[in-house]
Design a protein around this ligand. Structure first.
Ligand SMILES: [Cu+2]
Length: 152
């Protein structure tokens, strides 16, 4: 049933696809401090699409990492595993939250450890809207949610 709904939603998206006149917005980006020598970090952010057509996050990049992949978690017989995904859809007038245990940005090849309080610049590229820049506020190691606020 669920796959039917997704298929229907996808068909509708394809049929109505045209240039979005309002860009998706990235809000409350955050990450976690990493240990020295740790080469990867995770990024979380809420993507809100105020436009009338759905859009897709298709790639991301950051000066802090050699590359940024789009990942999700899947439950493989009780074991949570990460998988790269080609895109993350953001529905029209809707939002998607990248969060622990779900979709996330994977910062591969960190150039330096991420430190608590740091702002990590990230460029998100959407299929229709193009590049949207944002930043990830680095929380403590193992944090389960975004820092309470962007205290500077
Ligand atoms: Cu990952």
């Amino acid at each position: 049933m669920r796959s039917l709904i997704f298929a229907a939603a996808f068909a509708l998206t394809a049929a109505t696809a045209h240039a979005a006149d309002t860009k998706p917005v990235a809000e409350n980006g955050w990450s976690r401090a990493t240990a020295v020598g740790q080469s990867v970090g995770a990024g979380f952010v809420t993507l809100r699409n105020p436009g009338d057509t759905s859009d897709k996050l298709v790639s991301a990049s950051s000066d802090a990492a050699a590359k940024v992949e789009l990942h999700t978690h899947i439950n493989d017989n009780g074991v949570m595993k990460m998988r790269a995904v080609p895109e993350i859809e953001v529905p029209a007038k809707g939002s998607v939250t990248l969060a622990p245990s779900g979709f996330h940005l994977m910062l591969m090849g960190l150039k330096a450890p991420l430190t608590e309080g740091q702002h990590v610049p990230v460029t998100l590229v959407f299929e229709k809207a193009g590049a949207v820049t944002t930043h990830l506020m680095v929380a403590g190691p193992g944090a389960k949610e975004a820092p309470a606020n962007h205290a500077h």
